[in-house]
Design a binder for this molecule. Structure first.
Ligand SMILES: CNC(=O)NC(=N)Nc1ccccc1
Length: 314
């Protein structure tokens, strides 16, 4: 079982390698690509909070000086971490995919800009003169292991096409395995990712069981509502990848989510044990929002993230 954490939006967060030097997290979602292309040829935009140097590729909202992330990804991969680039996030309230052509363009952009470096297609010193001729490399020669879809608004159309295009790129690249993951909210069907989950291949689904009362992890602990892990297993079994792994998404500290959703490690343990044992085939582990909050939430001398890791491995 794995611990997946989000990185990139933490308050005063340390650089990425701080988390790659720890044994606690296995999958790190770097968030976010928080602006989406409006049409073919348009660039997406990014935000990684205090990381990067504030410079953008000219004429875009895409950060160009993320030297810490560029430097740290190789050591993260060497430490056996899976590094995914997360698209969307809680602030992408006005983002959407207007049509199929833009979905394919967005997928190509992500692949050539953040996937395996190919000097024939992407330029390390991208300038505006190269627009339309070459893709930029925000993390320079470093590449990610796949893409996470944290689509919280205006979803539905376009994401299945985008993911299927990324899958096409994945099959062309035999040098390593690439992954697709998603972070739906707990109500079923998820308005934003339901269509994509049904029609394109996800490897990991980490449900945000901490934003919506009635189906949350806190509901299970408090004996309210209906925590719906079982129902999400059924969704996955009917999806384009019936073997996708299902993770329990949780807030890593009290102030990392809306009031009432945070659970202490003692409260989490029976929940994780119950569903790990009930669904051994689909249970993938726990996702935490987010890395820095978990690191700063020290309980009995261990971080929250360490407590979660221990619960999964005890
Ligand atoms: C993995 N994605 C999220 O956790 N998104 C999100 N909106 N989280 C959140 C952060 C603070 C308050 C409520 C939700």
């Amino acid at each position: 079982n794995n611990v997946a954490v989000y990185y990139g939006q933490g308050a005063n967060q340390p650089r990425l390698k701080h988390f790659c030097e720890q044994t606690t997290s296995d999958i790190i979602n770097i968030g976010f690509i928080n602006k989406f292309p409006k049409h073919v040829g348009d660039f997406p935009g990014s935000n990684f909070a205090n990381q990067c140097d504030g410079a953008f590729f000219p004429g875009t909202e895409l950060l160009s000086g993320c030297h810490q992330i560029w430097q740290d990804i190789p050591s993260c991969k060497a430490a056996g971490k899976t590094i995914l680039l997360s698209i969307g996030g809680g602030t992408a309230t006005a983002q959407s995919i207007p049509d199929e052509a833009t979905a394919v363009w967005f997928a190509d952009f992500l692949w050539y800009s953040f996937g395996p470096y190919n000097s024939a297609i992407s330029s390390l010193g991208w300038t505006e003169e190269l627009a339309g001729l070459a893709f930029p490399r925000p993390f320079l020669t470093s590449s990610v292991d796949g893409f996470d879809f944290d689509i919280e608004y205006n979803g539905g159309v376009g994401y299945a096409a985008m993911i299927n295009r990324l899958r096409w790129h994945f099959t062309k690249s035999t040098e390593q395995t690439y992954y697709i993951s998603g972070a739906p909210q707990c109500p079923i069907p998820d308005a934003q990712l339901g269509d994509a989950i049904a029609n394109s291949h996800f490897d990991f689904i980490w449900v945000q069981w901490y934003n919506t009362g009635g189906c949350s992890a806190a509901d299970w602990v408090h004996g309210t509502g209906k925590f719906n892990f079982d129902d999400w297993v059924s969704v996955i079994e009917k999806s384009a990848n019936p073997n996708a792994k299902l993770f329990i998404g949780l807030p890593a500290s009290k102030d990392a989510a809306n009031a009432g959703f945070y659970l202490t490690p003692k409260e989490v343990k029976p929940l994780v044990k119950t569903y790990m044992d009930k669904h051994p085939k689909h249970f993938g582990g726990v996702m935490l929002w987010e890395a820095t909050a978990g690191d700063n939430n020290v309980i009995d001398g261990s971080t929250y993230t360490e407590h979660i890791k221990d619960i999964l491995y005890d």
